[in-house]
Ligand binder design. Structure first.
Ligand SMILES: NC(=O)c1ccc[n+]([C@@H]2O[C@H](COP(=O)([O-])OP(=O)(O)OC[C@H]3O[C@@H](n4cnc5c(N)ncnc54)[C@H](OP(=O)(O)O)[C@@H]3O)[C@@H](O)[C@H]2O)c1
Length: 340
């Protein structure tokens, strides 16, 4: 433990780097040990991914400041070991103050404002779109002003499968994701800050409200199997989204974009069929594709995306692999647990 600025105690962790050239040893290379100070500012530290992420960062020895809009969440964040700060990411001046006061070396962007148990309507995405466009701009500006070395942005892989035939609200959401990613990557390419984008698959995990609701709907036969379903959706267990984010903390070159997805994209109908089996539910109804498009056009459009993305790049460059290699591995214990 070392002291940095008055009153700030920092945790340090070793990084080994190999250097070559005039100063190298007689072997031509010198293995050198240095210490990197890792103080992480997590915007969205109180969220679905934020809480386990903050916990994992603390367990890995990092010092964490977590942003929330609500002082009610201070106690919970303190109990995790983080320093909580209150601020609205849409308020540029406040955000800049709280980021600068935290002296972070790294910023992680996990801001969304989605309904906790799923996104039934396109209008549910509007607040998140603002966060991805304006919130990202504010967070980047604050991070750059604070002298942060690296920013990691949590993005959403599925939005890259939205095409021109999708409803306007879904296209607006895809444009907001595009804005978030390009703001981070443009700043990185300009050399202002090192940026990494993580495109998460659909997040699921035990206790996650959207996961619980999905399984409940399947158990009550409210989600059908779609005849001839050709969708391919990427999924990721929350545990794996967290481990990938930790791997990206100092891994991978600036400007990298990684798909954080499991090994097996799958149609929504396959998920419905198999989860029904795990949950001990009756067989789901089978319906023609036009029916969900008529009744729930937004959800039907999102769930019919065909996006066969792979995790090959993050495996190769960051040595990361999912603990839950396929959605079946992750969903089985959750659905079976809820069935008891
Ligand atoms: N959920 C999914 O299926 C999914 C899929 C793919 C990617 N992702 C990505 O995962 C990340 C987080 O998702 P999540 O499911 O963990 O979200 P979440 O549970 O809804 O958490 C959202 C977080 O954002 C904070 N927040 C919202 N509006 C804010 C504002 N105006 N100012 C400051 N903080 C604000 C919330 O803090 P307070 O409420 O405490 O203020 C909370 O910590 C995002 O990067 C998202 O793109 C999610």
């Amino acid at each position: 433990m070392t002291q940095f600025r008055q009153g700030c105690s920092l945790k340090l962790f070793p990084i080994f780097s190999v250097t070559s050239g005039m100063a190298a040893s007689s072997t031509g290379h010198e293995r050198r040990s240095r210490y990197a100070i890792v103080r992480v500012f997590v915007a969205g530290g109180s969220g679905t991914i934020g809480v386990p992420l903050v916990t994992a960062l603390i367990n890995a020895g990092h010092q964490v400041t977590a942003l929330t809009r609500s002082s009610d969440k201070h106690k919970m964040l303190r109990m995790l070991g983080a320093d909580p700060v209150v601020g609205d990411a849409l308020d540029a001046a406040t955000l800049r103050n709280v980021v600068e006061a935290a002296f972070p070396t790294h910023v992680i962007h996990q801001l969304t404002a989605l309904p906790k148990d799923g996104v039934p309507r396109g209008s549910d995405l509007e607040a998140t779109n603002r966060l991805r466009i304006v919130g990202t701009r504010n967070l980047l500006d604050a991070a750059i002003a604070a002298g942060v070395s690296r920013v990691i942005a949590g993005s959403f892989a599925l939005m890259h499968g939205v095409d021109t035939h999708a409803p306007a609200s879904l296209r607006a959401a895809a444009a907001a994701v595009e804005s978030m990613e390009s703001q981070v990557l443009d700043a990185s390419n300009a050399g202002t800050i090192a940026g990494v984008v993580l495109r998460y698959g659909l997040l699921y995990g035990p206790g996650n409200p959207a996961t619980v609701k999905l399984i409940e709907m399947i158990r009550k036969r409210r989600l059908p199997v779609i005849h001839g379903d050709r969708s391919l959706l990427p999924w990721i267990h929350i545990t794996d989204a967290v481990s990938a984010t930790l791997a990206a903390l100092d891994g991978g070159p600036a400007g990298s974009v990684y798909n954080v997805v499991d090994n097996w994209p799958v149609s929504i109908s396959n998920v419905v069929r198999v989860v029904a089996m795990y949950a001990g539910a009756k067989h789901p109804f089978v319906v023609p594709a036009w029916l969900p498009r008529l009744v729930t056009p937004f959800a039907a459009s999102m769930m019919s995306i065909r996006l066969p993305v792979s995790n090959r790049k993050i495996r190769a460059e960051l040595g990361w692999g999912p603990a839950f290699p396929t959605w079946r591995d992750g969903f089985a214990p959750i659905a079976q647990g809820l069935a008891r």
